[in-house]
Ligand binder design. Structure first.
Ligand code: IVH
Length: 673
C-alpha cells in the first residue's frame, strides 16, 4: 500500500474509533456493534504494524503500552490538589451555608451538588490536545506520575479538542461489578481480596506494569479543572458542561440547588438511592457554583471554603457469630464463612459473611461465639468489621483452620505467596462438584433445571461424576430424585440436549480452565473459532491475542496438554457437543433497524419468562446497551414483577417503560423478520 494512502486510512480509522470509544465508554451509548469496532481496530493495528512511522501516542491501539516501570516519578502539581472538609449532619450543612453567606455578605448562593465518588483523585494534563500526564493527588502538592496506568482507562480521551494546556481532575474508580469479579478471581487464586472498590482502584493504579491496570476495568468521572489559562467560564456548572463537551466523562447526577434546603433534600435522596448505583459513593460534595464567589471565599491551608463533603453514615449492625463454616471452591481454595444470627443491615437480612482466609480471622481475632460488628462493604458484601470484645464472657473459642480438606481429608497446603489454604487433590469431591455446578451455571452452559441442588443429588447418587456424565443421564435415573416429576425430567433432558448447541465460549468457560473467565472465553472463542484450533495453539499464539496474558496462556497450554482433558474433549465431541464459535457477527445495516440500536436500557424487577442474562444478551446483540441505573440518559426501562425505585424514577423522568411481555413480543417480531 502506498504510504500516503495508509496515512489517510490510519487517521480516519483513528477518528472513527475515538468516536465509537467516546460513545461507548463516556456516553454509555454504543454507536456500533462490537464486531465492527473489533474489525476497525484490527485494521488499524495491521496498518500501524506495516507503517510504524505513523504510530502516535494518542492512537487507540496505544492504550496499553510500554515496559513495566521501576518506580513512579514524582509530579509537582501546578495548582495544589486540595481535599475537602466534612459535614456529617444537616446542621453541619446549615453551618456551612451560613459561613459561605457571611463570607460573601450575600443572602443568596447557588450550589452544585455532586456525588462523592469513592475512588482515587487524579489529575490529567493535556498539552496541545494530547493526554501527556496523569498523576495521583499524593499529599496535594506532589503526586506520582501514573500516566501509563491512566491511559488504560477507556473513558479517558487520549486526545481532546483544545490546543491550550489544560489540566482536569476527577475520581478514578472501580465499578462494583468489576470489583466483585476481581475479588472472586483473587480468592480462587488464593490471593488476598481487596477490602473495597476504592482499595482495588488504588491498588490497580499503583501497579508498575500497565498491563495489570488495563485488566481491571477502571473508570473515571471528571469534576474539576486545575490549570487552564484561558478559562473564561464563570460558574462550576458551566465547567462541568464544558468538560463533557471536551469529551470527558462527567457524572450525570449532579444538580444545581438554589438553597441549602434543596441541598439537604438532594443529600437525603441519595442516602437511599446510592444502593442502586453501579459504583460506590461515600457522600455528596457541595460546591458554590459561581467561580467569582469561590475566589472571594478562598481556601484554608487544606481545603476550599467554598465546598464541603457530606459523608454518609456507615451502615453497621451488631450480631452474634455462632459458627464458622468451610467451603471448598472449584479450584480447591478453602474459604471460611461466618455464620451469623440474622440481622438487618441497610435493608437486607444478613446471616453469612465471608472471612476470606485464616490470616484475616487471626488479624481481627475473631472467635466462635463472639459478638461482632458487621457492615456491608459497598452495600453489597457483608463483612465482619471487628469484634466487640467487651461482650466476651469466656465461652468464645479461638478458631484454627483444619489441616485436612473438609471434603476429602487430604492434607491442605498453602502455596507459595498465597494466603489461602488449598486442597490439591484433583479428585476431591467438593472440587469436582463445584466444577459441575460451574459448568451448568448461567454464564457457562446455562442448563435450566440443573441447579446446585440437583447437581448435589446427582453427585451424591453417583450418577454424575464428570461433565460428560451430564450428557448421558437417563430418564429412569432422574425420576427417583427429589422433586423430579415426569414434566421436570422432560424439561431437564431437553435443556441438557439444547445446551449441546451452545456457542464455543460457553463450553470453554464451563470447563473451568484456570484464569479463563467468561470474557476471556469469548475472546478465545472468537479468535480461535474452534476447540481444536484453541487446543492446538501454542503459548506464543495465545499471548499474541489481545487481552490474553502470560498467566492465562500458560494455564491454557497446560490444560490442553493433560491427557485427561483430551479424553474429556473427545468424549464431549462424541456426545455431539458443538465446539465452534457461533456468536453474533452482526453488520451495522441490520442493527440500525433494530429498536434497541444505540439505546440505553435498564432491566429491573423479576423477569418471569426470560432470564436477565438472556434479555441482556439479546438486547446487546441488537445494538442496545444495558446499564444499571435510571437517569436522564436512559431510553427505555423494561420492568418485570415487583420493580421498585428504578421504575418510580423512570416514571418521574417520563421514560418509556415496557413490560416483559412487550420485550418478548418485540424480540419475536425481530426473529420472524
Ligand atoms: S472536589 C477542591 N468533587 O473527595 C475540590 N471531590 O476530600 C476537591 N471526590 O480528594 C475535590 N468525588 O478524591 C470533588 N464530585 C467530587 C468528588 C470528589 C469524590 C473526592 C476527591 C477528593 C475528596 C475530598
Amino acid at each position: 500500500m502506498e504510504e500516503m494512502k495508509a496515512k489517510q486510512e490510519i487517521s480516519s480509522l483513528r477518528e472513527e474509533l475515538n468516536k465509537y470509544n467516546h460513545a461507548y465508554y463516556v456516553l454509555d451509548r454504543p454507536s456500533v456493534s462490537d464486531a465492527i469496532y473489533d474489525q476497525k481496530m484490527q485494521r488499524l493495528t495491521e496498518l500501524e504494524a506495516q507503517f510504524p512511522q505513523f504510530i502516535t501516542s494518542d492512537s487507540p491501539t496505544q492504550r496499553v503500552g510500554g515496559e513495566p516501570l521501576d518506580a513512579f516519578v514524582k509530579v509537582q502539581h501546578q495548582v495544589p490538589m486540595l481535599s475537602l472538609s466534612n459535614a456529617f449532619s444537616e446542621n453541619d450543612l446549615r453551618d456551612f451555608d451560613r459561613r459561605v453567606k457571611d463570607g460573601l455578605d450575600v443572602e443568596h448562593v447557588t450550589y452544585v451538588c455532586e456525588l462523592k465518588i469513592d475512588g482515587l483523585a487524579v489529575s490529567l494534563r493535556y498539552d496541545n490536545g494530547i493526554f501527556t500526564q496523569g498523576a495521583t493527588r499524593g499529599d496535594g502538592t506532589t503526586g506520582e506520575d501514573i500516566t501509563s496506568n491512566l491511559r488504560t482507562i477507556k473513558s479517558i480521551p487520549l486526545r481532546i479538542n483544545e490546543t491550550e494546556t489544560i489540566e482536569v481532575r476527577g475520581e478514578a474508580f472501580m465499578p462494583q461489578q468489576s470489583f466483585l469479579v476481581l475479588n472472586e478471581a483473587k480468592e480462587e487464586n488464593g490471593e488476598e481480596p481487596f477490602a473495597n472498590p476504592r482499595n482495588a482502584a488504588a491498588g490497580s493504579l499503583r501497579q508498575l506494569d500497565p498491563k495489570i491496570a488495563a485488566k481491571r476495568n477502571l473508570d473515571i468521572f471528571l469534576y474539576a479543572v486545575g490549570q487552564w489559562e484561558s478559562g473564561t467560564l464563570t460558574a462550576h456548572s458551566e465547567r462541568l458542561h464544558h468538560l463533557s463537551a471536551l469529551g470527558f466523562k462527567t457524572n450525570p447526577e449532579w444538580k444545581k440547588c438554589s438553597s441549602i434546603d434543596e441541598v439537604i433534600e438532594y443529600v437525603n435522596e441519595w442516602v437511599t438511592k446510592r444502593a442502586d448505583l453501579p459504583y460506590e459513593i461515600d457522600g455528596i460534595v457541595i460546591k458554590v457554583d459561581q467561580l467569582a464567589y469561590q475566589e472571594q471565599l478562598g481556601t484554608t491551608a487544606k481545603s476550599p471554603r467554598w465546598a464541603i463533603a457530606y459523608k454518609f453514615p456507615a451502615v453497621e449492625a451488631v450480631t452474634k457469630l455462632y459458627d464458622i463454616e468451610l467451603s471448598v471452591g472449584r479450584t480447591g481454595v478453602v474459604t471460611p464463612t461466618a455464620l451469623l444470627e440474622p440481622v438487618k443491615v441497610a435493608g437486607t437480612t444478613v446471616q453469612r459473611a465471608s472471612l476470606h482466609n485464616e490470616d484475616l480471622i487471626h488479624e481481627k481475632d475473631i472467635r466462635v461465639n463472639d459478638t461482632v460488628v458487621i457492615k456491608k462493604a459497598g452495600d453489597i458484601i457483608p463483612e465482619v468489621v471487628r469484634v466487640v470484645t467487651d461482650e466476651r464472657d469466656g465461652t468464645e473459642q479461638q478458631y484454627r483452620m483444619p489441616s485436612q480438606c473438609p471434603a476429602c481429608s487430604s492434607e491442605l497446603v498453602r502455596l507459595e505467596e498465597e494466603v489461602a489454604l488449598r486442597c490439591i487433590n484433583p479428585n476431591c469431591p467438593a472440587q469436582v462438584k463445584e466444577g459441575l455446578i460451574h459448568f451448568v451455571s448461567r454464564n457457562a452452559m446455562n442448563i435450566d433445571g440443573l441447579g446446585e441442588k440437583v447437581i448435589e443429588q446427582l453427585f451424591e447418587a453417583n450418577l454424575v461424576k464428570s461433565i460428560a456424565d451430564i450428557y448421558q443421564l437417563k430418564r429412569d435415573e432422574l425420576l427417583p430424585l427429589e422433586r423430579m416429576g415426569e414434566k421436570s425430567v422432560n424439561n431437564l433432558l431437553q435443556a441438557i440436549e439444547a445446551s449441546k448447541s451452545n456457542s464455543l465460549e460457553k463450553l470453554l468457560f464451563g470447563l473451568g480452565i484456570r484464569f479463563v473467565g467468561s470474557k476471556a472465553a469469548k475472546t478465545l472463542a472468537m479468535h480461535f473459532e474452534t476447540m481444536d484450533h484453541l487446543a492446538a495453539s501454542s503459548y506464543d499464539d495465545l499471548v499474541a491475542v489481545n487481552e490474553i496474558g502470560d498467566k492465562m496462556a500458560d494455564s491454557i497450554v497446560r490444560y490442553f496438554g493433560e491427557e485427561k482433558v483430551q479424553q474429556l474433549v473427545h468424549e464431549l465431541r462424541n456426545l455431539n457437543l458443538n465446539m465452534t464459535y457461533l456468536g453474533p457477527k452482526p453488520n451495522v445495516e441490520e442493527l440500525v433497524d433494530s429498536p434497541f440500536y444505540e439505546k440505553t436500557i435498564v432491566l429491573t424487577g423479576k423477569m418471569e419468562r426470560l432470564t436477565r442474562s438472556e434479555a441482556k444478551e439479546r438486547i446487546e446483540s441488537l445494538g442496545g446497551k444495558i446499564t444499571g441505573s435510571v437517569s436522564k440518559k436512559t431510553s427505555l426501562v423494561i420492568a418485570g414483577e415487583d420493580a421498585g425505585s428504578k421504575l418510580d424514577k423512570a416514571n418521574d423522568l417520563g421514560i418509556t417503560i415496557w413490560s416483559e411481555q412487550e420485550l418478548i413480543d418485540t424480540l419475536k417480531e425481530i426473529d420472524e423478520e
